[in-house]
Design a protein around this ligand. Structure first.
Ligand SMILES: C[S@@+](CC[C@H](N)C(=O)[O-])C[C@H]1O[C@@H](n2cnc3c(N)ncnc32)[C@H](O)[C@@H]1O
Length: 272
């Protein structure tokens, strides 16, 4: 089931990601019950560092940077060499403002730009690395987005793109189906990542890159705080019947001791 609004630039810019509220509700859930921020961010920088041919003076483009949590963590933990330059971009001005604010405590200077992944304004072959985490599924065309990313990468440059598998958070999809608030909301049922998953993404990347590797990371999360589960369900794009949603989540926690959520994520590493 696809929710087309999650590839609509205006909806993403002015509703879903007008600021970090929805994203923060999901981060709060994963921080408690999924992969911790420390684990997620350190393994990401480990991988960048272990790709030995990453140049010492790397120019990096982050697309769909959101509130720049990767960069904030990376600077806090001294994982971003002083010789790397970074251009942080997002389609939403609200997100870019949060990114700037989160990085304002550091002396390190970054470039911030509004940019749509399908229409990058950068010259051909300008970057050593492009990062595009949890965002390629929002592109209005994945083929155009990947062709743009490949165009702005130098020969041999790498794309690091985290995304989810088709099995990720199936339980939240079930809650949407069960508690959708009326017929008019039915078209908004769906998970954002369907358009670019760990399963369908490789075939989309291959035409634009010389190699692609898929890294997978799965776990079952057992959530015990009903409100955090409810907040996550409400951070998705469909309006839900709150009474039904609350009753169901609390009932499952009472019966099973937890609300079960499937986490199935990973990363593509592609080389031009
Ligand atoms: C799920 S958030 C991920 C944020 C960040 N990359 C992370 O992993 O923490 C998706 C981000 O992509 C941005 N976005 C959505 N569509 C975009 C597009 N077409 N071009 C650039 N950014 C986009 C959103 O505004 C949002 O900040």
């Amino acid at each position: 089931m696809a929710n087309k609004r999650m590839q609509n630039v205006d909806h993403l810019r002015f509703v879903a990601y007008s600021d970090a509220t929805n994203l923060n509700a999901r981060i709060a859930f994963w921080q408690l019950y999924g992969e911790s921020r420390d684990a997620a961010f350190s393994s990401f920088f480990d991988r960048l560092e272990s790709d030995g041919d990453t140049p010492e003076t790397a120019d990096i483009l982050d697309i769909g940077c959101g509130p720049a949590h990767y960069w904030e963590w990376g600077l806090d933990h001294i994982r971003i060499p002083a010789t790397w330059t970074a251009t942080l971009t997002d389609i939403s001005q609200g997100m870019l403002d949060e990114a700037k604010n989160n990085l304002s405590k550091f002396t390190r200077v970054f470039t911030f730009d509004i940019a749509d992944v399908c229409d990058l304004k950068y010259e051909d072959e300008s970057f050593d690395i492009v990062t595009a985490n949890y965002m390629l599924y929002h592109a209005s065309s994945q083929d155009k987005a990947l062709s743009e990313i490949s165009r702005v990468l130098k020969p041999g440059g790498r794309l690091y793109a985290k995304t989810n598998s088709g099995h990720h958070i199936v339980e939240f999809l079930d809650l949407q189906r069960k508690f959708i608030a009326g017929e008019s909301q039915a078209q908004n049922i769906g998970v954002a990542h369907e358009a670019f998953t760990l399963e369908n993404g490789e075939a989309m990347i291959k035409p634009h890159f010389s190699s692609v590797e898929t890294i997978r990371d799965d776990s079952i999360c057992k959530a015990t705080d009903a409100q955090i589960v409810i907040d996550y369900a409400n951070s998705m794009d469909a309006q839900l019947d709150q009474q039904g949603l609350e009753a169901e989540v609390r009932e499952q926690i009472t019966q099973n001791g937890h609300f079960k959520v499937t986490r199935s994520s990973g990363m593509f590493v592609a080389q031009k």
